[in-house]
Design a protein around this ligand. Structure first.
Ligand code: HEM
Length: 314
């Protein structure tokens, strides 16, 4: 699965920078498309196969049973203290909107969530750790903020506390840690997980963008990697990892900086998983750092071991 994700993710990112590659080798290759249309070639990738297998499992489990409505499910799960997963909701939508939510749509929705939600969060988390380890002064300052919060009021920092006062950092507490926020936002700025231009089609009547008349049908877009390095917005030291810039900026500047951040895209097609990921990242980073001491040397050794073991396993 991880190998498939690696391949599935690497290709679009290369195409994102060189779209013509898509016509030559990948999905839009006319020969490949013809073969697919005529059933000579199966484009089903591993992620879709995984989603399809989970869907089949669920169908098997539900065989002969009446599917409970979402309201009934919410009541059952409230008692069990866990939520309703995406697949259940998609399959439920098939009952409510059978004309739209076909089996193919369920598969497409499940596949796109695995594609869109896995690597993006992992890359963003890795970026935070990378910049922390490369900037020991930042790491020390962040630990001081966390240790201070833990010493002052452990009950409000941790959602679950053990007798020694440790545990999982709650979402509410993570929101009261300004340096943590600056550390994460600065990592998002320098290493946005999606390095694509996030294409949009200009409507048939055309549009004026930044004073330029753009004809209808043109594909336009912008890339977070470019936007996030605008010196006029973020300062002359735009290439430097410096979380302090988020704490020093005056309110007007801060508003402009936040509005320029594009790691989750923007507008009508903005990332629908941003709240889930933000929650994961803001809880995981402080909890992990309070539990483990990390160093660049050991992180690199660990990574090399993982790659080595992965290669042996393949
Ligand atoms: C740090 C983690 C994440 C990053 C950086 C990220 C980034 C993005 C970006 C840049 C887009 C394109 C937005 C646009 O075109 O304006 C997007 C779309 C999307 N994301 Fe995320 N994403 C993350 C996590 C997730 C998660 C966890 C899920 C699902 C559980 C998810 C589901 C989606 C979906 C379904 C879309 C397509 C929305 C649409 O086209 O209407 N993402 N994401």
């Amino acid at each position: 699965m991880y190998e498939t994700l690696y391949i599935v993710k690497t290709n679009p990112f290369q195409i994102g920078q060189q779209p013509w590659l898509d016509y030559l080798f990948l999905r839009k290759n006319p020969v490949k498309m013809w073969l697919m249309r005529h059933g000579y070639f199966n484009s089903f990738n591993g992620v879709a196969a995984f989603a399809s297998a989970r869907n089949a499992e669920r169908r098997e489990q539900e065989k002969g049973e009446r599917r409970p409505s979402i309201v009934e499910l919410e009541a059952i799960n409230e008692k069990k203290k866990h939520g309703i997963d995406f697949l259940t909701r998609f399959r439920q939508a098939q009952i409510d909107h059978p004309e739209f939510m076909t089996d193919f749509q369920v598969l497409a929705a499940s596949t796109s969530l695995v594609n869109a939600g896995s690597d993006t969060t992992a890359v963003s988390l890795s970026a935070v750790f990378y910049y922390l380890l490369k900037n020991p002064a930042v790491y020390t300052k962040l630990m001081a903020e966390l240790d201070n919060a833990a010493a002052t009021d452990p009950a409000s920092l941790f959602s679950k506390t053990t007798p020694d006062g440790e545990g999982l950092v709650s979402w509410a507490a993570s929101q009261k840690l300004p340096y943590l926020d600056a550390v994460i936002t600065e990592a998002f700025r320098l290493y946005p997980a999606v390095g694509l231009i996030l294409e949009r089609h200009v409507p048939p009547q055309g549009a004026v963008i930044c004073g330029e008349r753009i004809p209808g049908g043109t594909i336009v877009g912008c890339n977070a990697w470019v936007l996030h390095r605008r010196p006029e917005v973020f300062g002359k030291d735009v290439d430097v990892y410096r979380p302090e810039r988020w704490l020093e900026a005056d309110p007007t500047k801060l508003k402009e900086m936040r509005a320029t951040m594009f790691q989750f895209g923007a507008g009508a097609r903005t990332c629908i998983g941003r709240n889930i990921s933000t929650l994961e990242i803001y809880k995981l980073i402080p909890t992990f750092l309070r539990t483990f001491e990390v160093s660049y040397f050991w992180a690199v050794c660990f990574l090399h071991c993982c790659v080595y073991v992965g290669e042996l396993a393949c």
